[in-house]
Design a protein around this ligand. Structure first.
Ligand SMILES: *Cc1c(COP(=O)(O)O)cnc(C)c1O
Length: 350
């Protein structure tokens, strides 16, 4: 606290990211990173950028990456917005598209950065409870609103909404922007990008942090009608002209071009996830249906906070949320087969 602060800073409640421990031997199943590492082609492209050219500013528009994304999805580059991680993309979305008189709607259990952005930009919001099965209920999103946002698959539940349900939400609120945060879509959901042609109120966000294993590079994107993209570009160019550095543009573009590695590693994660679901159920966990690279589960006998502590003593870290409705759940990221087995072995001991 200091007399020098701008007034609003006193009231900020920032996001608390999952722990990034300095101890490298910990088995890290807490922040949904990808165990398989980035595409070797992405690494090679970044190595090639490490040159005297770094004295130059990067392309402010990241056209190389926009072209790669456009080709991957078969869309026009005018529908793509890029940012320094999808967190930054989301910040610009909240700032430029969600400041309205009516409240923003999002699920009571979802990405905990959403209320933080509302606090930063002074946006009113209404939490919409998930149903008793922890699912998004489409009918709950028909009230008048200043915008809607939800992750699909949802986080931290992992539950996915079918495309026709997403479409119903878009249809019911034609005068609001509906943002589908697809951070985990590549692990089992169907992207809503194809709906952008018919619904000018749709914005899809994606990240290279999860399915493309580039969390350290910080690249995210939004896809939607060029009118929405233009608002984001106006805000971005009033904030930071160069959110993506030269390495990020080159590495992310090469990652999108390497479809084979991407599909292979996603399949490996999905296979491990399905195995882990069966193993956890065998150990007395109730596991929510998941289409993500993590599992959300509660034990029918053991307290979640106790399990987290005991797992940590055995050098396995998982994520635990103190929020009331989900306080008995653990969120477990899918690791390598060896890491997953270490978790199962630790649970067996307990
Ligand atoms: C991980 C995650 C993000 C942020 O991704 P970055 O691109 O790393 O900033 C956004 N939304 C959800 C739901 C996430 O889980």
């Amino acid at each position: 606290m200091s007399k020098f602060w701008s007034q609003f800073v006193y009231d900020l409640v920032p996001y608390v990211p999952g722990e990034q421990p300095k101890l490298t031997k910990l088995i890290k199943l807490n922040t949904n990173e990808n165990p398989y590492g980035p595409s070797p082609k992405a690494l090679a492209a970044m190595h090639a950028e490490l040159s005297d050219n770094l004295r130059l500013y990067p392309d402010p528009n990241g056209d190389l990456l926009k072209q790669a994304v456009a080709k991957h999805y078969g869309i026009d580059a005018s529908k793509i917005f890029l940012g320094n991680g999808s967190d930054e993309v989301l910040a610009h979305i909240f700032h430029s598209l969600f400041q309205h008189d009516l409240p923003l709607l999002f699920p009571d259990i979802s990405y905990s950065f959403y209320p933080v952005y509302c606090g930063l930009y002074g946006i009113k919001f209404t939490l919409v409870p998930l149903d008793t099965q922890f699912q998004i209920r489409v009918a709950d999103y028909t009230t008048p609103n200043g915008g809607i946002i939800f992750p699909n698959p949802n986080s931290p539940t992992g539950c996915v909404l079918a495309l026709d349900a997403v479409e119903q939400i878009l249809k019911a609120s034609p005068d609001s922007v509906v943002v589908v945060d697809e951070a985990y879509i590549d692990f089992g959901g169907k992207t809503a990008i194809s709906l952008a042609d018919c619904y000018p109120n749709l914005l899809v966000t994606q990240t290279l942090s999860k399915s493309r294993s580039l969390a350290g590079l910080r690249v995210g994107l939004a896809i939607g009608h060029p009118d929405l993209i233009r608002a984001l570009e106006l805000v971005k160019n009033s904030f930071n002209s160069y959110p993506l550095d030269s390495l990020a543009i080159a590495g992310a573009a090469a990652s999108f071009k390497d479809r084979e590695y991407f599909e292979k590693t996603c399949q490996l994660v999905i296979k491990s996830r399905n195995k882990m679901v069966t193993q956890l159920e065998g150990k007395g966990f109730e596991v929510l249906p998941t289409a993500a690279n993590f599992i959300f589960a509660r034990h029918l006998k053991y307290d979640a906070a106790w399990l987290v502590t005991k797992l940590r003593e055995r050098e396995v870290i998982v994520r635990h949320f103190k929020q009331e409705r989900i306080a008995q759940f653990l969120r477990i990221s899918i690791g390598t087969p060896e890491q997953n087995q270490a978790l199962i072995d630790a649970l067996e001991e307990l």
